[in-house]
Ligand binder design. Structure first.
Ligand code: FES
Length: 246
């Protein structure tokens, strides 16, 4: 921990293997300016080490001709970059306002009790089969399905404390229950590789899943059934003048 109680980055390796270095080169080549590849590279580091490590920060800095301080500044800004190695699965429970009042707080408490860990802590040996990192999450942009949780960023909608407990127990047994929507479940490190933009050869099969949400489309469905439509946009819009600066 540093002086304000935030975990330091763990050491990790600076010597990433040939495959990872080749993947990093390919990601950097996608962008006209190298530093634009920093976010994917940090996910690539997480796919190898289960979190962003000090070695990973130095690796990204070397790849992109940045300073370690510049990379750290980005890695510490976003909550998706973890400072401790994650378990085989990352379970994120939405405890933002709407999900909280619908049961998100009870779900988080039940999982925390069962796993014996709190926010951003891991039950089991990180990376080992059945290990689970638990966290609270801010709004996951699925309020119409609340209360929701994600496993490795895949959605499990309309959860209850008992249902979430059953899901986590299944993960601990090595099962991979199907998400409500989206791609089939993998594990945290594989998901991080995909988020980095390294897609598997069987990408089409990997992402095949139920992606349509009847709740999200309900407004559209009602509009189609009733013939309702949004007013046409004006051809032209005059911006009001800004008030003079005093
Ligand atoms: S408050 Fe939970 S998804 Fe929005």
């Amino acid at each position: 921990m540093n002086r304000i109680g935030v975990p330091e980055f763990v050491a990790g390796t600076t010597d990433f293997d040939e495959t990872t270095r080749a993947r990093a080169d390919a990601l950097v080549a996608r962008y006209p300016v190298g530093r634009s590849a920093l976010l994917p590279l940090l996910h690539l580091v997480q796919s190898v080490e289960g979190c962003v490590t000090q070695g990973g920060i130095e690796f990204c800095a070397r790849q992109l001709d940045l300073t370690a301080a510049e990379v750290s500044a980005v890695a510490t800004f976003y909550t998706m970059y973890k400072r401790r190695p994650c378990g085989e699965h990352l379970v994120s429970v939405c405890t933002n306002t709407l999900c909280a009042v619908l049961g998100g707080d009870e779900i988080y408490a039940a999982l925390s009790d069962h796993l014996g860990v709190g926010h951003e802590e891991t039950a089991g040996e990180p990376g080992e089969p059945g290990s689970i990192t638990l966290e609270t999450a801010e709004c996951l942009a699925a309020c119409d399905h609340g209360p929701v949780l994600q496993v490795n960023y895949e959605f499990y909608d309309r959860q209850t404390a008992d249902g979430a407990l059953g899901l986590v127990q299944a993960l601990q047994r090595g099962e991979k229950p199907a998400p409500t929507r989206g791609a089939p479940l993998t594990d945290f490190r594989t998901a991080e590789l995909e988020i980095a933009g390294v897609v598997p050869a069987d990408e089409a099969a990997r992402v095949a899943g139920n992606s349509v949400s009847e709740y999200t489309l309900r407004g559209n469905t009602i509009a189609e059934a009733t013939g309702a439509s949004a007013p046409a946009m004006p051809d032209h819009y005059d911006m009001p003048a800004l008030p003079e600066k005093k």
